[in-house]
Design a binder for this molecule. Structure first.
Ligand code: FAD
Length: 462
């Protein structure tokens, strides 16, 4: 009896020490590595994140074969290609998100609103911190692990960005931008505001000329020339946008499309395309390295990716930009057992990095789910290591890129077709409409588009 008790207590005490080291408040989770799943007929698959990669894995994995547990600080999937449209009210926030609970969990507590803070590849345990209440810390054991936690926006250490600039990655970011835009516009109408301050409030600086920066600028331009011009007609002429880019805008697009977009943007009144590098951001705007200042009421920062603290702190081989390295089968190099996988923006394949896009992440999630579904081995046992899964590597052939540039014009850059203008805009809208994951969203999005077109965008403040 004593030997049995020590055998049980030794690993338990080790794990408890770990969790106490991490958090003042720490509990043992009922999902921790224990007999409940080792004796079952299903393996336990833990998925970290509810973004493009993880959500695709969740939707495609065979739930009769796996007990799927999802850990994410977000209980919805976000359709990022349409996020810019929500910053000005072309679309509403809830029209581009899907609750993950719709996707078949065996038990309601198989979704954890929490963030992963650590992985022990030897013990096969993920340490999580709840996003709710006392933010308790606990461990979950796994047979297979999929890491798809995405990335943060890279600030390049520029002073003031974290404190004063707005990012555009989550619905909460888009909501803050929308509120700030409307608040600034309302404030600019007040009689006691000086002309200089009014000009500052109505000026938005966008840092980064990638697809996100350009699309946000396009939405803002449309908003200003239609709804702001109609509702705030006496001051709408002061609304200005400056897009700052150190190199070329839309660098990943074909040169002919890039030039077309640049020409269209430069021709716009009150829309300035500025080549330069931002040196600092403060509450009053941004300063460039060339010494000039851009007083602004809103600075939106959209410049490349940086690893999340969870990935940064993992003791594992990383790419030069800090992504978790995997083999071509997407297995994390640090885990010799082959049971852990990493996909999407947080990962990079060791001998062939791929673009950080939704397309790549989504297909990696599907590829992994299909591979896991084919694994015929039983529940957790040494014989069911990842090495037994089919060895077909992940292959990616891009289907092309789309970007909205404003005034009902878009760019289509596919291997066979290079299109711009109105036809491309129709393609852009229909492509994303069909990509939306559920009929609810496919109904909601066109309703929002029609509402905005017929009645204008909603500029209410809450
Ligand atoms: P994400 O989709 O970012 O998901 C990461 C998930 O992990 C989230 O659910 C997050 O809450 C969760 N998470 C974070 N930390 C933790 C943690 N510690 N523990 C557990 N979970 C965690 N790509 C395209 O191909 N086409 C486009 O048109 C396009 N447009 C875009 C527009 C915008 C505004 C943005 C921001 C991106 C766009 N992208 C586009 C890029 C695309 O969205 C990303 O490449 C894609 O989201 C990456 O998917 P992912 O699964 O790696 O990460």
């Amino acid at each position: 009896c004593f030997q049995l008790a020590s055998l049980l207590l030794l690993p338990l005490s080790r794990r408890c020490c770990n969790s106490f080291r991490l958090q003042k408040c720490s509990i043992r989770c009922r999902h921790s590595a224990s007999a409940d799943y080792q004796n079952g007929s299903r393996q336990r698959l833990v998925i970290l994140g509810t973004g493009w990669g993880s959500y695709s894995a969740l939707r495609n994995v065979d739930k009769s074969k796996f007990d799927v547990i999802v850990v994410s600080p977000r209980n919805h999937f976000l359709f990022t290609p349409l996020l810019c449209s929500t910053t000005v009210g072309t679309l509403e926030f809830r029209s581009i998100i899907e609750p993950v609970r719709e996707y078949g969990f065996r038990q309601s507590d198989h979704f954890h609103l929490a963030e992963a803070t650590e992985v022990d590849f030897n013990l096969r345990e993920v340490t999580c911190r709840s996003c709710l209440g006392s933010r308790a810390s606990y461990q979950i054991g796994y047979d297979r692990l999929i890491i798809g936690v995405g990335a943060l926006t890279n600030t390049f250490g520029v002073p003031g960005v974290n404190e004063h600039a707005f990012f555009l990655k989550e619905v909460s970011d888009a909501r803050q931008i929308r509120e700030r835009l409307i608040e600034n516009t309302e404030l600019a109408q007040q009689a006691w505001i000086s002309p200089d301050e009014r000009a500052r409030l109505l000026h938005t600086v966008i840092v980064g000329g990638g697809p996100t920066g350009v699309e946000f600028g396009a939405e803002l331009y449309d908003f200003a020339r239609t709804d702001l011009a109609r509702l705030y007609r006496h001051k709408a002429a002061d609304v200005r946008v400056t897009l700052v880019e150190s190199a070329q805008i839309l660098a990943s697009f074909d040169a002919s499309l890039r030039n077309y977009a640049e020409k269209k943007i430069r021709a716009r009144k009150n829309f300035d395309l500025r080549q330069g590098t931002v040196a600092s951001v403060d509450a009053q705007g941004a300063a460039l390295r060339d010494g000039s200042r851009l007083p602004a009421g809103l600075v939106v920062w959209s410049t490349g990716l940086a690893p999340r603290p969870f990935i940064r702190d993992l003791d594992a081989p990383k790419s030069p930009s800090g992504q978790l390295l995997t083999d071509p089968q997407l297995r994390v190099l640090a885990d010799k057992s082959g049971r852990s996988f990493a996909i999407g923006d947080c990962a990079s394949i060791v001998d062939g990095p791929l673009p950080c896009t939704a397309q790549v992440a989504e297909r990696q999630g599907r590829y992994l789910a299909n591979r896991l579904n084919q694994d015929r081995t039983g529940p957790l046992s040494e014989s069911s290591s990842g090495a037994q899964l089919q060895d077909e590597p992940f292959r990616f052939a891009g289907r092309g890129m789309l970007a909205y540039i404003g005034e009902f014009k878009a760019l289509t850059d596919t291997p066979g077709v290079k299109l711009h203008g109105f036809t491309s805009w129709l393609l852009w809208r229909s492509a994303y409409l069909t990509r939306l994951g559920s009929w609810r969203l496919r109904l909601q999005v066109p309703v929002d588009w029609t509402k905005a077109l017929l009645f204008g965008r909603d500029t209410s403040m809450f």
